[in-house]
Design a protein around this ligand. Structure first.
Ligand code: ADP
Ligand code: MG
Length: 212
């Protein structure tokens, strides 16, 4: 049995057509079903549908042999115990620093205080700011980062941007590019040794010419 972990949300929407093109058709509509484990048209391949940030954990422990996860999630996780097999080229977006369009109309920046940066991506942001030589306090949030500058919680945010509409709707603009993001196919390291014959056709179907 080969278990493939899929990230809920944006990545799932773009993974379904990719799976279907690869001939791995889910037995249920993944966007509607309440089941967390779903079989496919390929007898020995099953899918688990989980939170994006949990995919590296399932794959690291071998609860899933393969996973599809954003580069943002993989970098934040550190990727220990995982092989990054192929960039699938789906769910593309950018990790950006954003700030209020009109700084003066907001409660920050506070000139005498350290810069405060709100993000879900604490490790990536720490590394990015350190590389820029910027001293800042990183405020860890789990979602709706756009709110933080509006209520004086942070001066800047680091968040994913695709169209920029969510930022604009909250009076923010992207100011610095941190990372290009897309979804990658990853594998458990031990499974690549022990179950390679079973994994190989699935990897070939999903990664196609993008695989190594
Ligand atoms: P969650 O709320 O669990 O973080 P999301 O659907 O918001 O789930 O994001 C899951 C993954 O989808 C992210 O880690 C990223 O790789 C990708 N993603 C998020 N936002 C976008 C976007 N605007 N455009 C494309 N991909 C995105
Ligand atoms: Mg989200």
């Amino acid at each position: 049995m080969v278990t493939l972990a899929l990230s809920k949300g944006r990545i799932l929407e773009e993974s379904i057509p990719l799976l279907e093109r690869a001939g791995i058709v889910p037995e249920e509509d993944l966007t509607k079903t309440r089941r967390l484990i779903v079989g496919t048209s390929v007898p020995d391949v099953r899918l688990v549908v989980i939170r994006a940030a949990d995919v590296p954990t399932y794959v690291r422990y071998g609860a899933a042999d393969l996973g599809i996860a954003g580069r943002d999630v993989l970098l934040e996780d550190g990727g220990e115990g995982l092989y990054e097999l192929a960039d699938l080229g789906i769910a593309t977006c950018r990790l950006m620093v954003a700030s209020p369009i009109d700084e003066a109309s907001h409660e920050g920046p506070r000139p005498w205080a350290r810069l405060r940066v709100a993000t879900k991506y604490v490790r990536i942001t720490e590394r990015y700011l350190a590389a820029q030589g910027i001293q800042a306090d990183i405020i860890h949030l789990y979602g709706s980062m756009e709110l933080a500058p509006l209520v004086g919680l942070a001066d800047r945010i680091v968040d994913l941007v695709s169209s920029g509409r969510t930022l604009a709707a909250n009076g923010l603009k992207p100011v610095e590019h941190v990372l290009d993001v897309s979804a990658w196919l990853v594998a458990n390291r031990a499974a690549m040794k022990m179950k390679y014959e079973a994994l190989r056709p699935v990897i070939a179907c999903l990664a196609g010419e993008r695989g190594q």
